[in-house]
Ligand binder design. Sequence first.
Ligand code: O7M
Length: 255
Amino acid sequence: MQFKEKMEETAKKNGSSVVLALDFPFRSPEKRSELLAEAQEVLEAVYPYVCAVKINHHLVLPLGTFDGVQKLVTQIHEKRLLAIMDCKANDIGATNQVIAEYYYAAGFDALIANPFVGWEEGLQPIFNVAYKLQRGVILLTYMSHKGASEGYGQTVCDATGAKTAQYVSFAKKAVKWGADGAVVGATYPEKIREIHEILGDNVPIYSPGIGAQGGAAETAAEAGARYFIVGRHITLAENPSDTAKKICAAIRQVR
Ligand code: O7M
């Protein structure tokens, strides 16, 4: 089964389209075991209200991929959730391939990559590895932060010389390359709407930027987002479980 289908199935089974971004603020490296314990605690509290967990450098750097992070991936799978590695792969193909092989070997079901590096000797090797191992690749398309317009919002010339927005070109590539998802910030609902028109039902939109960055899950859902990436709003909440439950219920009202 493709990653895209596994996500659909898990979201349906759990009644949730929330992807937990398991992010925590910096803490001195000597306190790594406390960090791991906190991440495990949040996961334990929140798992009934999410369909997947996204891990990035916040945890890979202090905990190590084949040490603490792999323990988390095992815990995520024991809860019947999917694990997404947010490495935003962005290098030459040969390096991208090794990055993907390590993260997939650690058990991740999908990883995030940056289409800025292109296909040939860029992202193609990642897609090849993913296809071979039946894992997913999700592409950045329009990021959630203020400076996103400087890169993803640029006007560029496509292969025919016609002017187009960078994110429009990336959305078309997401379809052409058979990506399992496209990341579009919840802080830009109009971009979600525009990109959704291009992607249709072929490539689901993953939308971060909810809560701490000012975006709202309901608005993103109305605009066409399928999954909702939420970090600090849940991980730093006084009651992470209750907060996740409320986000989940709010999305259900719209969808
Ligand atoms: O909810 P937050 O703001 O605490 O965290 C959002 C998470 O989503 C955090 O892990 C970011 O690295 C990530 N993210 C964005 O915030 N904006 C983007 O445009 C893209 C991502 C992301 O997940 O990329 C895959």
